[in-house]
Design a protein around this ligand. Structure first.
Ligand code: PLP
Length: 398
């Protein structure tokens, strides 16, 4: 196969042609500053309004005033977290999970250095959160709980509605921020049913370009801005609006809603086919998430006693893109903090690969990967210094 097979859609996605086309007029013809008073600016300001309504619909927010545009998922998280803490200066306690994306985790580590007390909730071997630990952690000093909707490395979905109920029962004043970057476009998001206060998404994970995100802020939640300046985005995010990109995330949100059924049936079918074939044909493979509830496009498979980076290089030689760890941690040889938190055995943690599909993935591509992967793994297995352990495993699996 001389074509690229892109199975790294949790890192980023291809911009949908319809998104690209929708954006184009706002670069050249409709380039006005949307805040200007004259007629020429009206199409730009109307386009922002329409895009906001589309993102509102995608998240089922009650009001489009609850949506602000940001530059990315990281900014949405920083805005939400710092914004809530600034409004609650007398409270010093935060709860999050051990498996958050570095965009969130590194911010909490910085806040810890600034005197915040942060509890990191653990997960079980399937990657599921310890809700009892979460419940016991909430106290009268807890300003914020921050839990991702779906994990970028494993695809595991967290029960946000349940989490919201637990938190609000323990302390109704505690705010809940949800990093939904990996949920958007993969599963339905309903901020009202979930009972969240703030929720962040990023366009480039659902076929909009990189460099545009959004943050839902419940109308009852007051936060401070991260970027102070002009009055844009109701004073919560200064800076002349990035009209083409806002149009892009709006169009992508609309398409994502239309595509959800396909994602949850056909993309899931292809993911399950890939997963089942690998687990069947490669004796030293294991599904790192077990029975956990997952987004439809992601699988994380451990290959015991071999190096994941070597598998990735061999796949790359054949034009197949997959990843180990998150886009931010791959490239470093540190084992994934997510798989470590799940207690994935040392023998499999370095050999774990994430495959993440999209609406563009075809059955032919999946079958090609299924065909070539066992050969690659076999070659590396034969070179592994752990031959005795591998023999034991082979006997166990046969
Ligand atoms: N949160 C999660 C779960 C992610 O997967 C990512 C990106 O991979 C981010 C946040 C950061 O998003 P962005 O790259 O738009 O800043």
């Amino acid at each position: 196969m001389d074509k690229l097979i892109y199975l790294d859609n949790n890192a980023t996605t291809r911009v949908d042609d319809k998104v690209f086309e929708a954006m184009l007029p706002y670069f050249k013809e409709e380039y006005a500053n949307p805040s200007s008073m004259y007629e020429f600016a009206k199409p730009a300001s109307r386009a922002i309004k329409e895009a906001r309504a589309k993102v509102r619909d995608m998240l089922n927010a009650a009001n489009e005033k609850e949506i602000i545009f940001t530059s990315c998922g990281s900014e949405s998280a920083n805005e939400a977290i710092r914004g809530v803490l600034n409004m609650n200066k007398n409270k010093r306690h935060i709860i999050t999970t051990k498996v958050e994306h570095p965009a969130v985790l590194n911010l909490y580590q910085t806040l810890e250095k600034q005197g915040y007390n942060v509890d990191y909730i653990g997960v079980n071997s399937n990657g599921e959160l310890d809700l009892e630990q979460l419940k016991n952690a909430v106290n009268s000093d807890t300003a914020l709980v921050s839990v991702m909707y779906a994990n970028n490395e494993t695809g595991v979905i967290y029960p946000i509605e349940k989490i919201s109920n637990i938190i609000k029962t323990q302390n109704p004043n505690t705010k809940l921020f949800v990093d939904a970057v990996q949920a958007a476009g993969k599963i339905p998001i309903d901020v009202q049913a979930l009972g969240v206060d703030l929720l962040g998404i990023s366009g480039h994970k659902f076929h909009a370009p990189k460099g545009i995100g959004a943050l839902y802020i419940n109308s009852k939640t007051v936060i401070t801005p991260l970027i102070i300046g002009g009055h844009q985005e109701r004073g919560l995010r200064a800076g002349t609006e990035n009209v083409p990109y806002i149009v892009g995330i709006g169009k992508a949100a609309e398409l994502a809603v239309d595509n959800l059924k396909y994602e949850m049936t056909e993309v899931k079918r292809l993911r399950d086919r890939l997963e089942a074939n690998i687990l069947k044909n490669v004796f030293n493979s294991r599904l790192n998430t077990g029975v956990a509830n997952r987004v439809p496009n992601t699988t994380n498979i451990g290959f015991e006693y071999i190096e994941g980076e070597l598998i990735l290089l061999h796949l790359s030689d054949l034009g197949i893109c997959a990843s180990s760890g998150s886009a931010c941690t791959s490239g470093s040889l540190e084992p994934s903090h997510v798989l470590r938190a799940m207690g994935v055995p040392f023998t499999a943690i370095h050999g774990s690969i994430r495959f993440s599909l999209s609406k563009y993935t075809t059955e032919k591509e999946i079958d090609y990967v299924t065909e070539v992967l066992p050969g690659i793994v076999n070659k590396l297995t034969n070179l592994s210094p752990f031959q005795n352990e591998l023999e034991e495993l082979r006997k166990l699996k046969s």
